[in-house]
Ligand binder design. Sequence first.
Ligand code: PLP
Length: 396
Amino acid sequence: MSDNWKKRTKAVHGGTRRSQYGEMSEAIFMTQGFVYDTAEAAEARFQQVGDDEFIYARYGNPTVRMFEERIAMLEGAEDAFATASGMAAVNGALTSLLKSGDHVVSARALFGSCLYILEDVLGRFGVQVTFVDGTDLDQWKAAIRPDTKAVFFESVSNPTLEVVDIAGVSDLAHAVGATVIVDNVFATPVYSNAIEQGADVVVYSATKHIDGQGRALGGVVLGTREFIRKTLEPYLKHTGASMSPFNAWLMLKGLETLSLRVNAQTNSAELISQALEGHPGLNKVLYPTLDSHPQKALCLRQMGRGGTMISLDIKGGQAAAFAFLNALDVVLISNNLGDAKSITTHPATTTHQRLSPEQKVTLGITPGLVRISIGIEDTDDLLADLRQALDAAAAL
Ligand SMILES: *Cc1c(COP(=O)(O)O)cnc(C)c1O
């Protein structure tokens, strides 16, 4: 295995561990524990765990380890720890690092559950969080203090697809020694260069593009070996959010086809966003590499491409947005994303329902906003479906 391999090779072969049978497809080690030959061997393993040794599946498992090593290779990270869900990864990355009295700066535009951790959970344990507009480096600069312990943001925000400058924020954070934690779900490992650009810790919900076929929850935290093994692992292995071996196998298989799927989805998302821009039924098409997107240049520099998500602000508010959703035939209504199937959701009444009306206005979550995760179906079929649904919304 070579660190010089390109991403697509790493995604197929990285981290593979073959048993004595030389199996082609990665084995599922569906075991909770491991047997020791002697009492002395058990004692030795609890003192020092070797590379090919495991103690208990909550601490690690060979199939899970394959997934961790493969995605660490892909991301250019020294190490990784897989978790039961994306939220277990976000929570683990933050909670393992922080203690009462610490200060965190976070972007305001976050996935609902991330916002719950930053806004509700951390505060209950005495961590102070300052929220900023993630796209405004001046606000980061003003909010980061000499004692700031960590900064947190989604590199592309959900659902308004704002792009945060990873290198810019990292420079400001590193000047005070703060740890940069990036939720990189919308960028995907295919377009991510986050560690190279300055992130210390990268978090994914593997539920999204990495599985990409709607089968299982999963998450992963990536970072330096020091952070993963000394800070994160002790917290996660004792608090129990480990990934199951079966789900790790699904995620390994997902990684094999990740770039094929994500590039096909992005090809369609680009074409569809361009085709729909200026449509009379829309106030706005949000897609990071459209000329109209304020962070187009940053997105191209940071990710190379715009990703698989589009948001549309439909004229006529919630009634029109609902009419649009209900008229769709190919595109399904659900709240997952990154899937092979195209999926749409109305954030104001679902994923972001919990927010106050003022918070929704601040974040641009208008009553007419719909988020669309573009799948791998035929682009023409998707475009035709979206167009007929926009007609239905306009006919209200
Ligand atoms: C889905 C998502 C999560 C949470 O992941 P789960 O696997 O659902 O727990 C976190 N951050 C972002 C940006 C997401 O889209």
